[in-house]
Ligand binder design. Structure first.
Ligand SMILES: [Zn+2]
Length: 240
């Protein structure tokens, strides 16, 4: 069985060989070789790349698996894991209890990361961090009326209790990662650096939106419980 996150419907779906016999006069059904390219007569000497065109069981869109090794030697075995899928499936992230405008941008950072676009991940995640934190802190401008740096804002957020001290302590590294990217787009960004900024962004969203929302839900529930308790008490008073 061949499975992947389909690039089109994003489901983790089974990939099947397209049913060619529905359109062509293949009597034996579809063989792997029917969907494998290039064909033996087109293969270049020394090139061991080959591609199999599958069809997503869920949405029917084609997904191409890239394999390596000379599979023409063995029979019609199902190949092992592909070295890559084409197109790449960019995977976003869902954030319950977070405003749509924030989730849309934050999820896009994850999509960038999932396709290895680390520079784009960092530049965008820093912008998301900045947008959230600017709204939450008391004074985003410095004494000269100029916009504070992202790090100064994060420090303020920790001081004002907008974010936890623990998260505030991790903010320092953000200063060094990709700060140049906004000024120097050619700066290299590693996967670990992108992962760090992305993880920081997720924690910030968790602390600034998701915890708030959960606390609000808990407070509402608490109010209902208190109401029930006082109703019960007044019932007891009436009975007496
Ligand atoms: Zn699909």
């Amino acid at each position: 069985m061949v499975v992947r996150n389909c690039w089109h419907c994003h489901a983790y779906a089974n990939m099947s060989l397209p049913a060619l016999q529905e359109h062509f006069l293949y009597e034996t059904g579809t063989d792997l070789i029917d969907c494998t390219f290039p064909k033996p007569d087109k293969m270049q000497e020394g090139d061991d790349n080959y591609f199999v065109i599958y069809q997503c069981d869920r949405c029917g869109y084609p997904n191409i698996a890239h394999y390596k090794h000379n599979r023409w030697d063995d029979d019609n075995d199902e190949p092992t894991l592909p070295i890559e899928w084409i197109p790449i499936s960019a995977i976003g992230k869902e954030y319950p209890d977070v405003p749509k405008r924030v989730t849309s941008a934050a999820s896009e950072c994850h999509r960038c990361f999932s396709i290895g676009a680390y520079r784009a991940t960092v530049i965008m995640a820093r912008s998301v961090l900045e947008a959230i934190i600017t709204e939450k802190i008391q004074d985003p401008a410095n004494e000269h009326g100029k916009d504070k740096t992202l790090n100064m804002k994060l420090k303020d957020a920790a001081d004002e209790g907008v974010i936890s001290k623990r998260l505030g302590d991790l903010a320092d590294a953000i200063k060094d990662i990709g700060n140049g990217s906004t000024h120097n787009i050619f700066e290299d960004i590693s996967k670990d650096e992108a992962d760090y900024v992305l993880g920081f962004m997720d924690l910030l969203i968790e602390e600034t939106y998701q915890q708030d929302e959960r606390l609000a839900k808990l407070a509402k529930l608490n109010q209902r419980l208190e109401q029930v308790k006082s109703d019960k008490l007044s019932g007891i008073v009436k009975e007496n």
